[in-house]
Design a protein around this ligand. Structure first.
Ligand code: NAD
Ligand code: DAU
Length: 331
């Protein structure tokens, strides 16, 4: 197949391209605007015969339509992805996440190209710590932040284009990813790189919020399973039963890096901070036979720490500016 991967120079999109290159014969065209979160170097190592890179905004309709025309499937990762940024400056989230998805849907409609939309568990809002129910495909949408609201809106656009125009689309909503190439603004790489430069890691509030961690390789294999065996018009939740409090993750990072597990600072909490996310991936497992390969979180975390230790040149330049932006918000 000829795959068009939007946002393929970002964290999850780049890991997906490496996964495709290793496990399939598909050809890959990446379209990416190269925002602060996109890095062309994330795709290094993929055979140039298999990969074409196009620097463009997904709201650029003529470019996107031309690329869709030449593709069998669009896998749509491109988005503004960080909640904290959406609280500071929401506009780019509306542009990229809503208008970007609209532009791709129109391209899919006019060219007949299939589209897989990558979304997030955050569209469902949050759960109480003791809620026995986890998110399923039937859970009502209830987003909290400008980021999750734009992702929820983009999912709704996809559903409307399927029903109204017969666009051949699927959606997946995944939980929190970790692994290589994640921008150092995000929780796990921020703490790892803080420790590597001798700065104390920063925990929002009491750290009792729960996130459901999945290795990005498992996200990639799940998306591939949906592309190969998923039913058009369906939504699949992706998760690997990885619930942990932020405090547990913080202490695990410190211990794995040979530090006192309590050597971190509590900082100003995120406004409107979602308490808990948790995915029930029964449909994906039973209907498509998908199983996660990374079941040992501590082992995955240790490998991720090694990656950041070995790739200082990849993250070093962005570190001061990223931390300065957090410092301005007391974080
Ligand atoms: P990221 O911020 O690391 O990467 C986003 C990529 O999209 C970057 O390369 C950026 O340059 C590109 N991009 C942004 N706006 C664009 C535009 N208008 N046109 C073209 N390219 C644009 O994000 P990520 O963490 O890799 O997330 C990728 C997708 O997965 C997003 O849709 C996100 O909502 C979703 N998701 C993320 C997670 C997670 O844990 N990070 C979990 C579930 C779903
Ligand atoms: O659930 C999926 C979502 O996971 C994706 O849709 C988002 O794109 C992705 O960024 C992620 O969102 P979160 O807001 O959960 O991720 P983040 O890494 O920003 O924060 C994880 C948790 O850690 C959250 O409860 C906030 C907390 N945190 C974050 C940072 C940056 C801290 O305690 N300290 C920090 O320095």
């Amino acid at each position: 197949m000829r795959l068009l991967v939007t946002g393929g120079a970002g964290f999850i999109g780049a890991n997906f391209c490496h996964h495709l290159a290793r496990t399939t014969d598909h050809t890959i065209t990446v379209v990416d605007k190269l925002t602060y979160a996109g890095n062309r170097a994330n795709l290094e190592g993929i055979d140039a015969q298999r990969l074409t890179f196009v620097e463009a905004d997904v709201t650029d309709a003529p470019t996107v339509t031309r690329l869709a025309e030449a593709s069998d499937v669009i896998v749509h990762f491109a988005a503004e992805s960080h909640n904290d940024n959406s609280l500071r400056e929401p506009r780019p989230f509306v542009d990229s996440n809503l208008l970007g998805t609209f532009t791709l849907l129109e391209a899919a409609r006019h060219t007949g190209t299939r589209l897989h939309h990558i979304s997030t568990d955050e569209v469902y809002g949050d759960l109480e710590l003791d809620d026995p129910q986890r998110f399923t495909e039937e859970t009502a949408y209830n987003p909290s932040s400008p980021y999750s609201a734009t992702k929820a809106g983009s999912d709704m656009l996809v559903r409307a284009w399927v029903r109204s125009f017969g666009v051949q689309a699927t959606i997946s909503n995944c939980s929190n990813n970790y692994g290589p190439y994640q921008h150092i603004e995000k929780f796990i790489p921020r703490q790892i790189t803080n420790i590597l430069i001798g700065r104390r890691p920063k925990l929002y509030g009491a750290g009792l919020n729960v996130r459901d961690w999945i290795h990005t390789e498992d996200h990639s294999s799940a998306v591939l399973a949906i592309l190969e065996r998923g039913r058009i018009g369906e939504t699949y939740l992706i998760g690997a039963d990885g619930e942990k409090t932020n405090l547990e993750v913080m202490r695990a990072i410190l211990s794995l890096m040979g530090q006192d597990p309590d050597a971190f600072d509590h900082v100003t909490d995120r406004p409107g901070h979602d308490l808990r996310y948790a995915i029930d991936a029964t449909k994906l497992r039973e209907e498509l036979g998908w199983v996660p390969a990374f079941r040992d979180f501590e082992a995955g975390l240790a490998a991720t720490i090694d990656w950041y230790r070995d790739h200082e040149s990849w993250w070093r330049e962005a570190k001061e500016a990223t931390e300065a932006a957090y410092a301005r918000r007391g974080q």
